[in-house]
Design a protein around this ligand. Structure first.
Ligand code: A2R
Length: 307
């Protein structure tokens, strides 16, 4: 049977399908010469020195849409196919983005604490919150998930504007400059890929442009936002609120961020429902099984689409 190296966890359902056709190896028990397949996830990816040490590697199947922890350019150079799981998580991640936005506007955490603490009975009605209706929402990265976010915001009458490297064939206003878009919007939602090209593109200047009444939502990668500048802006009130599902050095989250009242923090659960994770797991395995059968895959990353 062909040999598969497993990096990170897989579900029992995935394991049951894989072990029928692969010998599965863990990181502490494999011969680099015999590994032809790798299964990993968006967080662990594969370290460059490990990839370099596998001379007969054919395919790296990633669980998740983001693959910034895999050097796909180097893989393509070596004719190794990298796959990921696009589309099956669009709606779930978009729901997480909207959930964070609404939680910031309507102060869900503050008001939940108000009830639990007994303050409601002791002090009377909670302070008013801000309406999430009719907001201008800037989407940084109007791709598969970005479009799903735009669609999900329709019932709140959001005016969508967007920034990406190239304009898309959509009806929303395009900004070629991120700071200019931040000036124009009430809420900025980050949903670009991670990696060097987007590292800290949401910097102090962008956050200042978003302003004291502005809300930042990040459901992409922690690396996209300058976290130190973000904490400073939230502490000083030069930025109003932040809803964050991802962090620079996750699962470590700076204490300064955890101490702030004007943030909603989630432990990178954008796609983490039973249903969506099952669909992602199935596609991760489908890519491996199809390659074994006929040498093709279902969802290669763009860098490997020509292989
Ligand atoms: O820039 P473009 O025209 O390639 O548009 C893509 C945009 N994007 C960027 N925008 C600004 N600066 C950049 N350096 C940059 N690089 C890419 O992000 C496109 O509009 C969007 C990505 O869309 P998709 O490739 O369809 O990705 P999807 O499935 O929406 O997932 C986005 C990310 C994943 O990579 C994970 O990190 C995260 O969501 O879960």
């Amino acid at each position: 049977m062909p040999e598969l190296l497993q990096i990170g966890g897989i579900t029992e359902t995935m394991k049951a399908r894989l072990q029928k056709v692969f010998t599965i190896h863990q990181l502490d028990d494999f011969d680099p010469e015999t590994i032809e397949y790798v299964i990993t996830n968006g967080h662990d990816g594969i370290k460059p020195d490990l990839m370099a040490a596998l001379p007969n590697l054919k395919l790296i199947s990633g669980y998740g849409v983001g693959y910034d922890a895999i050097d796909a350019i180097e893989a393509a150079r070596r004719s190794i196919v990298v796959t990921h799981t696009p589309n099956v998580l669009n709606e779930e991640v978009a729901t997480t983005a909207v959930l964070l936005m609404l939680a910031c506007y309507r102060e869900v955490l503050r008001d939940d604490a108000y009830v639990r603490s007994g303050d409601w009975a002791a002090k009377g009605s909670a302070p008013l919150t801000r309406s999430a209706e009719n907001q201008t929402v800037g989407i940084l990265g109007l791709g598969r998930i970005g479009q799903a976010i735009a669609d999900k915001l329709a019932p709140w009458n959001a005016k969508i504007i967007y920034h990406s490297r190239t304009p898309k064939n959509v009806g929303y206003p395009y900004y070629d400059d991120l700071t200019e878009m931040a000036k124009a919007c009430d809420t900025l939602i980050c949903i670009t890929p991670g990696g060097p090209a987007t590292a800290k593109i949401v910097n102090a200047k962008v956050l200042a442009a978003l302003g004291p009444n502005g809300t930042l939502i990040n459901v992409s990668r922690g690396s996209v936002v300058d976290e130190t500048a973000l904490i400073e802006a939230l502490q000083n009130g030069t930025l109003g609120w932040a809803g964050l599902d991802v962090f620079d050095a996750e699962p470590a989250v700076p204490q300064a961020l955890r101490d702030l009242p004007n943030v909603v923090l989630l432990p990178h659960v954008g796609s983490a429902t039973v249903e969506t994770r099952a669909a992602m797991g199935a596609l991760t395995v489908d890519n491996l099984l199809q390659h074994l059968k006929d040498g093709t895959v279902v969802t290669p990353v763009p860098e490997c689409a020509h292989l």
